[in-house]
Design a protein around this ligand. Structure first.
Ligand SMILES: C[S@@+](CC[C@H](N)C(=O)[O-])C[C@H]1O[C@@H](n2cnc3c(N)ncnc32)[C@H](O)[C@@H]1O
Length: 253
């Protein structure tokens, strides 16, 4: 694994993030993004269910059978998926990588250091909630870019990511990195709402079938493909929501 430049509150930085990069990154806006992500991914009681469960339902049937494996989530946000995998595979080594220090600080505090997490969405008509953290000893979090992962070639058995691919400046570079770090026959599971932010990306990567060609050109074999993994993201106490129509795919190196 690549050496990190420095640590901040227990989070290794594999990318030297500048002050300008911090300033320009919407995911560093603590209250807007991190509180919302913590509410969605850790405060299931608020919604009476885990809103992102459809992702797990799509992915679970493809999880490897082996137990002592290396697992990587990229764009892990507050870490729910990689923490779930760390619990599913207690003998595994799990890493959650993200480009936002604020997301990682929240993830590490809650899943690794056992800190309580409080979310206040009373301005959305919801009760205030506190969740007790966990102390998972097979899980680590680090700051890096998806386009330059701090892992050796052929080192990971399973790589996952959700709601990341359409955020990347260069999705092909991201997929090539995922391919590079996977072991032969390692699996990549991706969920993306294809909610691109740039006209050029819509042109290059839409419709979803464009991705199947790109994946095959990189060298992946497609194992599963579903163009309607529906994720309903709740917005408030009245039950308003955003419906995300996601592409889900599972590929093998
Ligand atoms: C929409 S959030 C999704 C978080 C979580 N995976 C989920 O499904 O809710 C996107 C996440 O990707 C991270 N991210 C954006 N660009 C990234 C990049 N180039 N490399 C690594 N992480 C990135 C953001 O910091 C943020 O935590």
């Amino acid at each position: 694994m690549q050496a990190f430049t420095y640590h901040r509150k227990g989070i290794p930085f594999f990318h030297q993030k500048t002050a300008l990069e911090f300033q320009q990154d919407i995911y560093e806006r603590y209250h807007e993004m991190v509180v919302r992500q913590s509410a969605l991914h850790t405060a299931d009681e608020l919604w009476g269910r885990y809103p992102f469960q459809p992702i797990f339902d799509f992915a679970e049937k493809h999880y490897p059978k082996a137990t002592a494996i290396n697992i990587l989530e990229i764009g892990c946000g507050v870490g729910r998926w990689i923490a779930t995998l760390a619990k599913h595979y207690p003998k595994s080594t799990c890493w959650g990588i993200d480009y936002s220090y604020q997301m990682l600080k929240c993830a590490n505090g809650f899943w690794v250091e056992g800190q309580e997490n409080s979310v206040d969405l009373t301005d959305k008509g919801l009760d205030q909630q506190s969740q007790k953290g966990e102390e998972l000893n097979n899980l680590k979090f680090g700051l890096a870019k998806a386009e330059k992962l701090p892992f050796e070639e052929n080192s990971q058995h399973l790589v996952v990511n959700s709601f990341l691919l359409d955020r990347l400046d260069d999705p092909i570079k991201g997929l090539e990195e995922m391919y590079r770090v996977l072991k032969p026959a390692g699996k990549l599971i991706v969920i993306s709402p294809l909610n691109f932010k740039k006209a050029a990306h819509w042109k290059m990567y839409y419709p979803a079938s464009q991705f199947s060609t790109i994946l095959e050109e990189i060298g992946f074999e497609i194992l599963d493909w579903k163009e309607e993994v529906i994720v309903d993201e709740p917005l408030d106490g009245h039950g308003n929501l955003v419906r995300w129509k996601c592409l889900g795919f599972v590929v093998e190196k």
